[in-house]
Write a protein that binds this ligand. Structure first.
Ligand code: SIN
Length: 302
């Protein structure tokens, strides 16, 4: 028997694979491609207090081994999410993690309070989006602010709080410790790396917003290094992400110290990527005679 179950902040996941926020819509959009019940958890696109249209297009640019996005947290707002998206999503037997964003700490708290009594497994605190002027990375690049936002939201939350960290900092370990000090139950890392793309012919930036967040295989070595460093520094579980395309990529993150993993950009190239990653992990466990996936968490032999 192969046991793929893991636990993140009290959330039991039947396997260690969730979706990276922003790459899987609100989950139900993918139901025609994959059996959502097979996922370890579904992490939905960021939700804010009010609806947002996001940044003007173009807001996606392909790069070698990755994409840049400057979406700007487009979403229907928490009330519409509760009314239209959540009722469909909760029909599936899968824990739902809601990524929460806001312009101010109070906005984060109000979103959390509107969702507190609904069947959601956890909140993921988005203090790492690089595409907005307020909130997002502006909060997540200063350890004092990370601790403050985490503490305030944690006080108003009835669910476990997962803090999603930005890689656009000098020390992600300092960010991780600050989130722990604020009361985070788990961490997710990494969000995208700030970058830009230029069209030499027109001499213009490709993204209307000029800069955007880089994701995909190009960032995997950086994400692995950060998961490895954070795992050594803190005692709360980590959801690792950044360029995971295959089961073997996921295993690498778990060896570096992630208890669970999130599949992101891969969903945009292959709608069944998340299932392929679950199957790939299973295949690795069979080949290596691993009975419990928990046994490989942090099991890197250096
Ligand atoms: C976006 O909507 O701009 C991306 C979301 C994120 O980076 O958290």
């Amino acid at each position: 028997m192969i046991d793929m179950e893991v636990e993140i902040a009290g959330i039991k996941m039947k396997n260690p694979v969730t979706t990276a926020s922003g790459t899987f819509g609100h989950g139900v959009e993918y139901a025609k491609y994959v059996d959502l019940n097979r996922l370890g958890a579904i992490t939905v696109k960021a939700i804010t207090l009010e609806p947002r249209e996001g940044n003007p297009p173009p807001r996606i640019a392909e790069t070698p081994s990755g994409i840049l996005n400057s979406v700007g947290l487009q979403n229907p707002g928490v009330d519409t999410f509760i009314r239209e998206d959540l009722p469909e999503l909760i029909k599936y037997q899968v824990p739902i993690i809601v990524n929460v964003a806001g312009n101010t700490i109070e906005e984060y708290c109000q979103v959390v309070e509107k969702l507190n009594d609904l069947p959601i497994a956890a909140f993921e605190l988005n203090i790492s989006c690089p595409n907005v002027k307020h909130g997002g990375m502006a909060f997540g690049s200063d350890p004092h602010m990370i601790e403050k936002v985490t503490k305030k939201v944690k006080n108003r939350s009835k669910k476990p709080l997962i803090v999603k960290l930005s890689p656009n900092v000098t020390s992600i370990v300092d960010s991780a410790i600050a989130a722990c000090d604020g009361g985070a139950d788990a961490l997710s890392l990494i969000n995208t790396l700030l970058g830009m793309a230029i069209d030499a012919e027109s001499r213009k930036p490709i993204l209307k917003n000029i800069t955007g967040g880089l994701s995909g295989p190009a960032i995997k070595p950086i994400a692995l290094r950060m998961v490895y460093e954070v795992h050594k520094a803190v005692n709360i579980p980590i959801i690792g992400m950044g360029g995971i395309m295959t089961g073997i990529d996921a295993i690498e993150f778990m060896l570096a110290g992630a208890t669970a993993v999130a599949v992101g950009t891969a969903n945009l190239v292959n709608p069944t990527a998340v299932i392929d990653v679950i199957d790939g992990i299973y295949d690795y466990m069979q080949r290596h005679d691993i009975k419990s996936i928990k046994d490989i968490v942090g099991a890197l032999s250096a």
